[in-house]
Design a protein around this ligand. Structure first.
Ligand SMILES: C[S@@+](CC[C@H](N)C(=O)[O-])C[C@H]1O[C@@H](n2cnc3c(N)ncnc32)[C@H](O)[C@@H]1O
Length: 386
């Protein structure tokens, strides 16, 4: 089935208060300055915020559809005073949605002042009280709110923009009340095969299903990206799972995308997983000390180790073969140049011989002609004197 192009109105259903209203000066200033916005906010004067890219609308709509049932259910269980933390909230769309889905108080945090200014301007434009929807400019990794005060934490589009994604998940876990729910949405790598790595000795090879891709974004102007100077670590699905387990979540469940959702979710380049802060469990402050029983870290067996080594040797040989081919090509080129130089030298020698032959004839003619003339005149003079 082809992916559906979602309408902006579906994304914002329930959000915009009906009454038309003018745009306040702060919001007007934000709307008029670059860069474009992350969400195409409908505005109360009938216009809308200029959005960063069209595909974003499809990504937002898919996420909305995938998380709405679980978020609504979690908030209903928590009751009317349910509290939500939205980490890396940007302009706050999902904070707004959490509020309309039943949260009594939502705190949205983002590291960028520009995002929080826009989030606040939109909230005020929509006439929502800061007591219900609060925005704070803070690094998610250093959030120092009181532990255990939220029923739900959203970490959408955040962890792959961090160089310490596990620490962010630990923050999320620390902020959750017992049995609270965390929704993590992330870009994922396509690394599905285990990665083989050394582990302390030449015979010590392991393979792990969980891996991260390292990417230096360095896009200070991009309000959606990593904070400046940060190395982003993009997880594969197994890395998200182990990171959440290590951070103290259990009962992990990936939410299913349907065929008409944004293709990134259908093919697995992005995914959404939920985990629970198990009842009565105190938030761990460090990773488990033992890796025994860790399904993601598997020692490489003897036969596999031989295979890995053989593969390494083959690749080393192929490097050497490439070097030998290069040397051969270099020698061939030098031989061709030498042959060319030899041909040119032979040509010059032949020219010289021809020149010599030509000049030998003319030289001898130049010498013998006067001699013959002298001889003729001598003979003539002798016969005259007789
Ligand atoms: C791709 S956007 C996702 C926004 C929103 N959560 C969503 O999914 O629609 C990533 C956001 O994370 C923010 N961010 C990056 N590093 C952060 C950090 N260390 N702490 C808090 N926010 C951060 C960025 O400023 C940006 O707004």
């Amino acid at each position: 089935m082809a992916a559906r192009v979602p309408a902006v109105s579906a994304l914002f259903a329930e959000l915009l208060p009906g009454e038309p209203a003018p745009i306040a000066a702060e919001l007007r200033h934000e709307l008029d300055r670059p860069p474009p916005w992350m969400y195409p906010w409908p505005l109360r004067d009938g216009t809308g915020a200029p959005v960063h890219s069209d595909e974003l609308v499809s990504v937002h709509q898919t996420r909305r559809e995938m998380i709405e049932p679980v978020v609504r259910a979690a908030l209903a269980t928590a009751g009317p005073g349910a509290r939500v933390l939205d980490l890396g909230c940007n302009e706050g769309l999902f904070a707004h949605l959490a509020r309309t889905w039943g949260a009594g108080h939502v705190l949205g945090c983002d590291i960028r002042d520009d995002n929080i200014r826009r989030a606040t301007a939109i909230r005020d434009h929509y006439g929502i009280s800061p007591a219900e929807l609060e925005f704070r400019c803070v690094d998610a990794l250093t959030l120092d709110s009181a532990p255990g005060q939220f029923d739900l934490v959203l970490a959408l589009g955040l962890i792959y923009h961090l160089e310490d994604p596990v620490r962010a998940l630990r923050v999320a876990r620390r902020m959750l009340a017992p049995d609270g729910l965390c929704v993590v949405e992330s870009q994922l790598t396509r690394q599905r095969d285990p990665v083989v790595h050394g582990w302390g000795g030449s015979a010590q090879l392991h393979q792990t299903a969980a891996s991260f891709a390292a990417r230096f974004e360095d896009e200070p102007e991009n309000l959606l990206a990593s904070a400046s100077g940060v190395l982003s670590l993009i997880p594969n699905a197994a890395a998200v799972e182990i990171a959440m387990q290590v951070a103290g979540f259990s009962g992990l469940r990936w939410l299913e995308a349907t065929a008409d959702h944004d293709q990134q979710y259908v093919i697995g380049d992005r995914g959404i997983v939920i985990g629970r802060a198990a009842t009565g469990e105190s938030p761990p402050t460090r990773a488990p000390l033992t890796r025994q029983g860790d399904p993601h870290l598997v020692p490489v067996g003897a036969i596999e180790a031989v295979l890995v080594r053989a593969r390494d040797q083959i690749s080393a040989l192929s490097v050497r073969e490439q070097e030998a081919v290069l040397m051969l090509e270099r020698a061939r080129a030098e031989l061709a140049a030498a042959e060319r130089r030899l041909g040119e030298a032979e040509q010059r020698r032949a020219d010289a011989e021809r020149w010599l032959a030509d000049h030998r004839t003319s030289f001898s003619w130049k010498i013998t002609a006067p001699l013959r003339a002298a001889k003729r005149s001598l003979i003539a003079r002798r016969s005259a004197s007789r």
